[in-house]
Write a new protein. Structure first.
Length: 74
């Protein structure tokens, strides 16, 4: 979903590990605040998950694992 929502067509889902830093230049994704908004909207549209505060999204959801925990807390 991240690749689709952020239009990162040059990256295959298999290339992303669960602990890859989503908003780090080193990850190769180079996601920014607009991408965070697109991911947030994708979560809402596809999964019915509404995020409380999207401006903190890049700080709180740093990896795919962190995103999974944020969406489905224990």
């Amino acid at each position: 979903m991240i690749i689709e929502e952020c239009e990162k067509d040059d990256i295959e889902p298999e290339e992303l590990g669960d602990d890859v830093e989503l908003f780090s230049e080193a990850s190769g994704l180079e996601l920014d605040s607009l991408d965070a908004l697109q991911i947030s909207m994708g979560l809402q549209n596809q999964l019915g998950v509404r995020l409380a505060d999207t401006k903190d999204f890049p700080r709180v959801v740093t990896t795919i694992n962190a995103l999974a925990e944020y969406v489905q807390p224990e």
